[in-house]
Design a protein around this ligand. Structure first.
Ligand code: C2E
Ligand code: MN
Ligand code: MN
Length: 406
């Protein structure tokens, strides 16, 4: 099958243009051998390339291109299939947009086209080309610089690890993972993640319960989370706890129970954030709304967890607006390399800014992901890059720090 790939990247400063032309000439020979065609545009700062060929050949070429240090911030914009090549002339040449005047540049680019039919206006490949040639949407081109300029500096947990935390008859345990404001080097919240009595995953813990025990156990487990928060002396941070939305709906006294336990453990409701995932909310929204109104009137905060993972997403957000949304890990993963993910995250940031909702990026594992997200305007992060959850205690945090130039 004939596949198409479009990516965009940024020229590394050190490279002279004549060197570039030599590189492209060499690449052209290699591309011809495996029958990869396309077009490479350059605007003086960014590259934009369309690659066409078999899936394997296009992947091989893109792989090689990705490793080239003469450009960086590679973002894959499109992957698609097509009945025929749009730029079928053998090899690939560097097309410098600066050598043409505004009025004729698009025609000059399209003149390289070999498509049997004229490129149609609905063709996304053509639309991407037109936008790049016109220099539109450039505000979305985020320059993060190189990740090699950053180190991670480990800072041990602030609170002393006191005696081991264990209550009598404890049916479950909790692990704590920080949510961080990197720019200010602050931990803003600890998320309490449930573990079985033996330290097993949430899935293991919930699997040991029957369907009717589930919701009650979910609510009651929070007593242990609040006790852990008290044990570590939580003062300046909030405690985020997860609840199935149905746990609030099925237990009529759930909110009162939570409020009592919060008070009993010396916390205040404003210190607690309840995280719910979108999935279950939407099916019984009316009942859920009663529960969240109770939480809100008591002062407890609300966050939509795993936003973007389920089917409700935007329609849930249209119905109710929490203080925070946490962008799902699948959207965060490799966001620095993916055009579609970047477009989605940028739209979420814009939408949440208009609604005064804080955005947290979840599951950040790579420094490149954090660099992109931070540059895009996200302030709060959670993920293994910063800290893994720690059972019954506070983990040390890794803070990114710019290397001092030698
Ligand atoms: P969640 O609320 O989205 O919690 C984040 C999960 O992602 C945690 O998994 C955490 O360990 C993991 N995680 C954090 N950073 C990273 C990262 O950088 N990479 C990767 N790969 N994973 C990361 P965990 O502890 O296994 O929890 C899984 C889910 O179980 C939670 O997802 C939450 O939906 C649910 N859960 C946890 N505690 C409770 C609870 O008390 N009640 C209910 N109803 N659900 C809970
Ligand atoms: Mn959560
Ligand atoms: Mn989540």
């Amino acid at each position: 099958m004939l596949s198409t790939l479009i990516y965009r990247s940024r020229l590394s400063v050190e490279v002279a243009l004549d060197v570039l032309e030599q590189v492209v000439a060499r690449a052209k020979v290699n591309n011809e051998k495996i029958n990869v065609t396309g077009i490479l545009l350059f605007d003086g700062e960014h590259f934009f390339q369309v690659l066409e060929g078999s899936v394997e050949s296009v992947n091989a070429v893109y792989d090689r291109i990705s490793k080239d240090t003469r450009h960086y911030n590679l973002v894959e914009l499109l992957r698609d299939y097509a009945p025929s090549r749009r730029f079928g002339n053998a090899g690939m040449e560097l097309f410098d947009l600066r050598c043409y005047d505004k009025a004729s540049v698009l025609q000059a680019v399209l003149a390289k086209g070999t498509s049997q039919y004229a490129l149609t206006y609905d063709d996304r490949v053509l639309k991407f080309i037109r936008t790049f040639v016109a220099g539109n949407n450039k505000e979305a081109f985020i320059n993060t610089g190189s990740s090699s300029r950053w180190d991670l500096i480990q800072q041990p947990a602030v609170a002393p690890q006191k005696s081991r935390f264990m209550q009598k008859d404890q049916a479950c345990q909790f692990a704590l993972q920080p949510i961080v404001d990197v720019a200010n080097r602050e931990i803003i919240s600890f998320e309490a993640l449930i573990r079985s009595a033996e330290g097993g995953s949430p899935a293991t813990y919930f699997a040991s319960l029957s369907k009717d025990q589930l919701y009650q156990a979910d609510v009651e487990s929070k007593r242990t989370a609040f006790a852990l928060a008290k044990h570590i002396g939580l003062v300046n941070q909030t405690l985020s706890v997860n609840l199935l939305p149905m746990s609030l709906v099925m237990n009529k006294g759930a909110v009162d129970f939570l409020l009592e336990e919060i008070k009993f453990h010396g916390l205040v409701p404003e210190q607690v954030v309840v995280e719910v995932t979108e999935d279950e909310v939407i099916s019984r929204f009316d009942e859920f709304e009663i529960a969240i109104n109770q939480l809100r009137s008591a002062g407890i905060g609300l966050a939509i967890d795993d936003f973007g993972a389920g089917f409700a997403g935007l329609s849930l957000l249209a119905q109710f607006q929490p203080e925070k949304i946490k962008i799902d890990r699948n959207i965060i993963c490799d966001v620095h390399k993916s055009g579609p993910k970047q477009a989605i995250v940028q739209a979420m940031i814009k939408c949440c800014s208009l609604l005064e909702i804080s955005v947290i990026a979840e599951g950040v594992e790579k420094i490149e992901e954090w660099l992109w997200l931070e540059a895009a305007g996200i302030r709060y992060f959670q993920g293994f890059l910063f800290a893994r959850p720690q059972l019954n205690g506070l983990p040390a945090v890794n803070w990114p720090e710019k290397k001092k130039r030698a």
